[in-house]
Each structure stands twice: as structure tokens, then as C-alpha cells.
Design a protein around this ligand. Structure first.
Ligand SMILES: [Zn+2]
Length: 204
């Protein structure tokens, strides 16, 4: 596993170090569950908007997309590789299923990105997105987390949690442009952004 480049004086590392001594670090499952809840709240928020709230829809959609992409990325870069190394066929199978669900999610996000928020298809895709997220959450918080808890110590789960937290900060891209700009106008993100990590997990 490549360990992203972290300088010794990196402030996130110091913060993580303090968290160890104070025992306030979140373990991997808590961190991922928090992400799930955040995405779920945003999806509910978006579902409550009306089609005329174009700008607001665009903004909330952008937040969902960023949140989900960051989430999938730390799962694929940190959590899933750790689970793939467990001596458990069930755990590996759960990761494979999760990776497929990530691909479905990426596809839906990319489709929504191309639609105007007042397009009736946008709401239809949102329903599909919610179902896909729900499936991901159910599968992960069920089978996958229980396998992880059976096979990994609390210390290891906490270490993975810290690693994911640091990785999320490293990956966080400060939006350089207005989040209210038309969502389809940015080509840099989209499905496949985390494909190398996914391949790395799958090819183990
Ligand atoms: Zn997840």
C-alpha cells in the first residue's frame, strides 16, 4: 500500500498524534458510519427541494458528490485493502460487492452531473442514488463491519480510522471555482477518478 506522502511536520499528523494520547480517535467503522449519515442527510435535503430551486439543488448535489467521492476513495485506499488481507472469504466477497456498488454510484453521480437539476430525470436518478447508497450502507455496516470487528483489534481499527482521517484531509481539494456554476461544466471529476485504487484492491 502506498502511504500518501506525509511530512513529519504535517499538522494533521500532530493532531492525530494527540488523538492517540487523548483516546478520542474515531475507529474506522465510526468514521465511515459518520460519512454515511452525512451523505444520507444531504440526500434527504436534496430530495426535499423543488425542481425550481435549481441553484440550491446544484449546490447540494455538489456536496453529495464530493462527500461520496471522498468516502469511496478512503474506503478503496485504506479500509478495503485492510479487509482484503483478512483470512476471511466472506470479508473479501463483501469488498468485491462493495466495489461494484461504488461503480454503480459513480455512474449515477456522473449521469446526474450531466443533467439540469430541473430535468425530471434528475429526480429519478436521485431516487436511484438513494437506493444505491442505502444498499452500500446496509452491506457495509452489516457484513463488512462485523467481519472487520471479528478479525481486527480495536487498536487496528483505530489506526485505520486515523489513516482515513488523514487521507481525507490530504485528498480534500479546496474548490477553486464557484460551486454554483453549472455542474456539467467540469470534466475533471467523474467516474473513474478512483479507478486506480479500485483496481489495486481488486487485483490483490
Ligand atoms: Zn461506506
Amino acid at each position: 500500500m502506498p502511504q500518501g506522502h506525509i511530512r513529519a511536520d504535517d499538522p494533521t499528523r500532530r493532531r492525530a498524534g494527540q488523538a492517540i494520547t487523548q483516546g478520542v480517535g474515531m475507529d474506522a467503522t465510526m468514521l465511515l458510519r459518520n460519512d454515511h449519515q452525512a451523505v444520507d442527510r444531504l440526500i434527504s435535503q436534496l430530495a426535499e427541494t423543488s425542481a425550481e430551486d435549481v441553484q440550491y439543488r446544484r449546490l447540494i448535489f455538489r456536496l453529495i458528490k464530493n462527500e461520496l467521492e471522498a468516502h469511496s476513495r478512503v474506503e478503496e485506499e485504506v479500509f478495503y485493502p485492510a479487509v482484503m488481507r483478512l483470512r476471511s472469504a466472506q470479508a473479501r466477497e463483501s469488498v468485491r460487492a462493495a466495489l461494484e456498488e461504488h461503480q454503480a454510484l459513480d455512474g449515477l453521480l456522473a449521469e446526474m452531473d450531466q443533467l439540469e437539476p430541473d430535468d425530471p430525470q434528475f429526480a429519478a436518478r436521485l431516487t436511484a442514488l438513494r437506493q444505491s447508497v442505502d444498499r452500500h450502507v446496509l452491506a457495509e455496516e452489516g457484513a463488512l463491519f462485523s467481519e472487520a470487528r471479528i478479525h481486527l483489534t480495536d487498536e487496528r481499527l483505530e489506526a485505520l480510522g486515523r489513516q482515513m482521517e488523514m487521507r481525507k484531509r490530504d485528498n480534500a481539494v479546496v474548490p477553486s471555482s464557484d460551486p454554483l456554476e453549472p455542474v456539467g461544466s467540469r470534466a475533471s471529476s467523474g467516474p473513474g477518478a478512483s479507478e486506480p485504487a479500485r483496481r489495486a484492491v481488486r487485483d490483490r
